[in-house]
Design a protein around this ligand. Structure first.
Ligand code: SF4
Length: 367
């Protein structure tokens, strides 16, 4: 899913069965529908953020990917949410505001290559073409990379109002994008969750768990507390930098700009870890079956000899990380950050450097 975001933005959301079911329900029960009220939109945005953290922790501590019941529960929740909100309200209220996966893909689509852009017929015509947009956005919206699911409704209006553009250096021609506070928090929480995921595949995780389990009796509790501590650290570091640098400008704006610059790193890290799970965690499929039939517990302490360095995989991960760091440099150069060159390099380079040190360690397939 994160890989598709790089090439085709949030197109996955246009094909999502839950969203499609909501569209179908609206077609069957046709009639006038209201816009979701502002309080619901705010509630949705915070719920999506909480959903990202909950899904990430369920993945880390409860082995979501190998737990059929939990995966089914997640799918049911997403489907019920999409349908329940499609009945009283118009458009895709769930996809636009509530869906945690939508929030994640929306963030990654900031660096996506495919996007809907205004055509040559002028701004008014472009905005008008998207009157029926199920995501309540338009090709001229500042937020379109985050909200647009490339459903093509505005393209169907025809004419010169809207066009589909493919640009490997996204947004060169447009204003630099920006993030809301919730989206900025989302970037940092995603980055923190991904760092926890990578750390738990390295030897220091074994040391941490050995220590933590001498105080706590539960593997899951120890992992969750460690994960939350690291999430707090990533968020605190970002907020701290923004606070210290507040004399250079608006603190909130700086926090959002720093977070936006880190989006390519989060995507690169996500892809590198997916590669680790796929290549080194192949036998995890067997583990999943073992969990399903009750032979194994989900989540496990890797044995001390489980760590290995697979050179081609390591090289691929480091290459992805280097591309992520280059993306951070590109985004930050577009954001007009109120930070001097050296400070900017230190602040934005630190997460990439930390992650590089993690990837240099031998890793297990503790998926
Ligand atoms: S109508 Fe156009 S702007 Fe709206 S989601 Fe679909 S493709 Fe994107």
């Amino acid at each position: 899913m994160p890989l598709t975001a790089l090439f085709v933005g949030r197109l996955w959301c246009a094909l999502c069965p839950a969203g499609a079911l909501g569209d179908w329900v609206q077609g069957v029960f046709s009639g006038a529908r209201a816009m979701a009220p502002a309080w619901m939109q705010r509630l949705g945005a915070w719920s999506a953020l909480a959903g990202v953290v909950a899904t990430g922790l369920a993945f880390l501590a409860l082995g979501l990917e190998t737990n059929g019941a939990l995966t089914a529960l997640l799918l049911v929740l997403v489907t019920v949410g999409a349908v329940a909100l499609a009945l009283p309200f118009r458009g895709r209220v769930w996809c636009r505001w509530f869906c945690p996966l939508g929030l994640m893909l929306g963030l990654y689509s900031r660096v996506g290559w495919l996007e809907i852009s205004p055509g040559s017929a002028g701004t008014r015509a472009s905005a008008g073409a998207a009157r029926a947009c199920p995501q309540f956005t338009s090709p001229v919206s500042h937020q379109r990379r985050h909200d647009c699911i490339l459903c093509g409704q505005c393209l169907k209006q025809g004419g010169e109002a809207v066009r589909l553009s493919f640009d490997p250096a996204p947004g060169r021609a447009s204003r630099p994008p920006s993030l809301t506070l919730i989206q900025a928090l989302g970037v940092n929480l995603l980055l923190g969750l991904l760092m926890v995921d990578s750390l738990r595949m390295t030897p220091p995780f074994l040391d941490y768990m050995t220590l933590a389990l001498s105080y706590l009796s539960s593997y899951r509790l120890a992992l969750t507390l460690g994960g939350l501590a690291l999430l707090g650290l990533v968020l605190g570091a970002q907020a701290g930098v923004a606070r210290v640098a507040a004399r250079l400008g608006d603190r909130g704006r700086l926090f959002r700009q720093l977070s936006l610059a880190l989006v390519p790193l989060a995507l690169a890290l996500h892809l590198a870890l997916s590669a680790q799970h796929l290549v080194a965690g192949g036998p995890g499929v067997l583990q999943g079956i073992g969990v399903e039939i009750g032979f194994l517990a989900s989540g496990h302490m890797p044995p001390a000899d489980a760590y290995s360095t697979i050179v081609p995989l390591k090289s691929f991960q480091l290459l992805l990380l280097a591309l992520g760091v280059a993306g951070v440099a590109y985004q930050s150069s577009r954001s007009k950050l109120a930070l001097g060159g050296r400070t900017r390099m230190m602040v934005l380079g630190a997460p990439g450097l930390m992650q590089g040190l993690i990837f240099l360690q031998p890793m297990s397939a503790a998926c």
